[in-house]
Ligand binder design. Structure first.
Ligand SMILES: Cc1ncc(COP(=O)(O)O)c(C=O)c1O
Length: 389
């Protein structure tokens, strides 16, 4: 791996983690499609560090090294999906009888895992508005063992002050895990701000091309990393070498993609803010964004996610989503293809309506994940759909 004090992010995203293949000189780390690794003798593995691909694989390890470099961590673990990363992290860090503080706006799957699965194993979750660090302090209990935040949060884009919450966590010696999926390490590095773990659905921007689902965690200390890897091995939720290969290639263009996608998003947000049929629009780069100061302070870009509501309510919103042509109506985000999502019926369908409404996930919320197409084309598609309302 290159010396991170020496090379810029753009150089590290291309080169780190990958060395020419020692046997052939291939410039790309091969897809090590193997279950197992031959041992020297009964008492001795070959001195390569691998025994069985559920616990480790060279293609996956190359991706882990790259992500570690980008997140400024000490090590990473990759997973079959983002939810596998979240599950293993929570299962590694929480025991029966423990309490976890979770942001009240998180990806629907994280909410579902906490409130419908891990709660059955005796873990108590408090859903807290972590945008105000005082709320985190108030929610602390003697048995609190984990603070898990997502910032910007899916889908409302509510932000948590990572440094402030990390300080609270560190005073109590509780790990702070940040789901960094929306901004990626190019725009936001939670570990630099004091968090203990930065987590991704690599399905999104890291891989970026709608090819594969995957997840990762990067830790700031070895004990945390090893405990999560242990659970990954127990659950059998390691990433496959094929997915690691795709994600390795995706990461090489991460900064270029997310910068261009964010520029598109900023132009689209400006367009929406001016259109008569739009009730309100939310994008961290707009002056109307309530946490603009924090967005500017803790990240170096505003990202490519935004949402809006149209006048005429839910039915008008649905009509709009159905008449878009260039924007695909689909779950997922962060890819080069622009996607529109109705969070209430798609990503957050399992969240009880009252709870959703209380945290601002309204029935009419239209989420946009801006891709790499031309901003003019994306805007003209939105315009034709809005003009019909
Ligand atoms: C912020 C965030 N975290 C985690 C996940 C879960 O990732 P995956 O779908 O790869 O399991 C998602 C998926 O949408 C997400 O948006």
């Amino acid at each position: 791996m290159s010396d991170k004090t020496k090379h810029s992010f753009q150089t590290r995203e291309v080169h780190d983690g990958v060395v020419p293949d020692p046997t052939t000189g291939a410039i790309l780390t091969p897809i090590y499609q193997t279950t197992t690794y031959v041992q020297e003798s009964v008492d001795q593995y070959l001195d390569k560090g691998y025994s069985y691909s559920r616990s480790g694989n060279p293609t996956v390890a190359a991706l882990e090294d790259k992500i570690t470099s980008l997140e400024n961590g000490i090590g990473s673990a990759c997973f079959a999906t983002g939810m596998a990363a979240t599950s293993a992290t929570m299962m590694a860090l929480l025991n029966h009888g423990d309490h976890c503080i979770l942001s009240d706006v998180v990806y629907g799957g994280t909410h579902r895992l906490s409130t419908q699965v891990l709660s059955r194993f005796g873990v108590d979750f408090s859903l807290v508005d972590t945008s105000d660090p005082a709320n985190v302090v108030q929610a602390l209990r003697p048995e609190t063992r984990l603070i898990f935040t997502e910032t910007p949060a899916n889908p409302t884009l509510k932000l948590t002050d990572i440094a402030a919450v990390s300080e609270i966590a560190s005073e109590k010696q509780i790990p702070h895990v940040v789901d960094n999926t929306f901004l990626t390490p190019y725009f936001q590095r939670p570990l630099d701000l004091g968090a203990d773990i930065s987590l991704h659905s690599t399905t999104k921007f890291m891989e970026g091309h709608n090819i594969s689902v995957g997840g990762s965690i990067t830790a700031n200390n070895k004990d945390l990393l090893e405990s999560i890897k242990f659970v990954r091995n127990c659950l059998g939720s390691n990433m496959t070498p094929m997915v690691a290969f795709y994600t390795l290639q995706g990461c090489k263009t991460l900064s270029t993609r997310i910068r261009a996608q964010s520029e598109n998003a900023a132009r689209i947000a400006d367009f929406l803010a001016m259109h008569n049929a739009v009730e309100r629009v939310c994008y961290p780069g707009l002056d109307s964004f309530p946490q603009k100061e924090l967005a500017t302070r803790q990240a170096s870009g505003f990202g490519s996610m935004l949402w809006f509501e149209v006048k005429g309510g839910v039915e008008a919103g649905k009509q709009l989503m159905n008449t878009l042509q260039l924007w695909s109506l689909a779950e997922n985000l962060g890819s080069v293809e622009s996607l529109v999502t109705h969070s209430v019926t798609m990503t957050h369908a399992d969240m009880p309506r009252e709870e959703r409404m209380s945290v601002g996930i309204t029935d009419g919320l239209v989420r946009l994940s801006t891709g790499l197409e031309s901003a003019e084309d994306l805007i003209s598609d939105l315009k034709q759909a809005l003009d019909r309302l």
